[in-house]
Design a binder for this molecule. Structure first.
Ligand code: AMP
Length: 395
């Protein structure tokens, strides 16, 4: 793997693709600066070596040039976090950007304007990529969140740095964490797959069947499996067109010796509301008019045993409708079990979708081994795909 440590940036100008797509409020204040903090190790290493950095990112989904999506809004915060002077170029390509990049002194940063002000960025335009490549001598990709997109700055521009390209520290950590589960995971390996729909997780479930020892299924997905097996699911979430596939997955798991855990009991509600009446029922005996919105106590006992006996845990997707307090218990307890297992030496990766929001909300982010920074990119990695942004560095 071509990592940052293999380069000495002294006297060099690095072009660093980061993910500074941070939420801004209507006063253009940053709501959550996790992504800026996430890029700090990479940028600080470049500057500490005696190099300078041209930093590029997208922000939001602008249609052409739109001032509200300007990266200028975050310039000061980037300077604070990096502890360095940050200059700004009003366009990510062109004479001004090149001149400012060439004038950078060691220890300085040039932040260039939103890449997506040019439609060529998302189109992966080669000429545009070539213009971006003029900004530095070494290309560093540290944007895991967009590594699954073959955009100009995430993938295409890498070809203009045949020898001088590498992963940033954050992207390297993401790859390492995925490998620790999919390639070098210590057994027993358990994947917890929750969330709303089976249809969005099919490829992941199939990939996991080749990798793990146990799959714990949770969330709304459960009831497609339960119905397929002939259970009564009341008005719980179901995808009727996936019933056959659900049975097929269960059969494949059996053939491969992978144990699938579906919850024995659930917390059912008489409305999709935090004010609903609730009761614990068996997951295959949900009364008409009731819907299951969380796991029940018996199923959580079983999950606890499986998690605490695992050496590697992947968690993708909540076990219930954790956005409502009444249905958050299963997800919170799972976070506790995974934290406990991690404290005992288990490697735990949380990634892809709402489980990341859940671990942050409930305070488990520091108690698991790694929380992924990329939603879609993580999901595609778990499906076993080599992401274009990663392939471009490896090429
Ligand atoms: P995903 O994006 O696939 O990870 O799905 C996350 C969503 O699934 C969250 O918004 C949860 O509220 C929702 N969810 C979890 N459990 C259930 C359930 N039993 N019924 C309906 N939705 C659920």
């Amino acid at each position: 793997m071509k990592t940052l440590d293999q380069f000495n940036f002294a006297g060099k100008r690095a072009v660093v693709r980061v993910d500074f797509n941070v939420p801004l409020n209507d006063k253009f204040e940053i709501g959550d600066d996790t992504r800026i903090l996430g890029a700090a190790p990479t940028i600080k290493k470049i500057l500490a070596d005696g190099g300078c950095a041209v930093v590029m990112s997208h922000l939001g989904r602008p249609k052409g040039v739109e001032a509200k999506f300007s990266l200028k809004h975050i310039q000061n915060r980037v300077a604070e976090v990096m502890g360095a002077e940050v200059l700004f170029a009003d366009d990510c390509i062109g004479a001004e950007a090149v001149a400012k990049a060439e004038a950078l002194k060691p220890g300085q940063i040039l932040l260039v304007e939103n890449l997506r002000f040019h439609k060529e960025e998302k189109n992966g335009d080669v000429e545009f990529s070539k213009e971006l490549a003029k900004l530095g001598d070494i290309y560093v990709n540290d944007a895991f969140g967009t590594a699954h997109r073959a955009h100009a700055s995430t993938t295409v521009m890498a070809q203009f740095f045949p020898e001088n390209k590498c992963f940033g520290a954050l992207l390297a950590k993401e790859i390492e964490s995925i490998n620790k589960v999919l390639k070098e995971g210590e057994h027993p390996i358990t994947a917890v797959l929750g969330g709303a729909k089976v249809s969005s997780k099919i490829t992941i479930i199939e990939k996991m069947l080749d990798t793990v020892d146990n799959i714990i299924i949770g969330g709304g997905m459960v009831f497609t499996f339960v119905k397929a097996q002939g259970g009564k699911i009341g008005s719980s979430l179901v995808e009727d067109e996936q019933l056959e596939l659900a049975l097929d997955l269960l059969k494949k798991a059996e053939d491969k010796g992978v144990k699938i855990y579906l919850p024995a009991d659930v917390l059912a509600a008489d409305a999709f509301s935090n004010d609903a009446n609730t009761k614990v029922v068996l997951s295959n005996e949900i009364p008409d008019g009731w819907m299951a919105l969380d796991n029940g106590p018996e199923s959580m006992k079983e999950i606890k045993e499986v998690i605490l006996a695992s050496k590697t845990v992947l968690w993708n997707g909540p076990l219930g409708v954790f956005e409502m307090e009444k249905f958050a218990n299963g997800t919170i307890q799972l976070g506790e079990y995974i934290s406990e297992a991690t404290a005992n030496g288990t490697f735990s990766l949380v990634g892809g979708g709402d489980s990341v929001a859940a671990v942050k909300q409930f305070g488990f982010a520091d108690k698991v081994s790694y929380v992924s920074t990329g939603g879609g990119a993580m999901l595609e990695s778990l499906e076993g795909k080599l992401l274009p942004g990663i392939a471009a560095i490896l090429a």
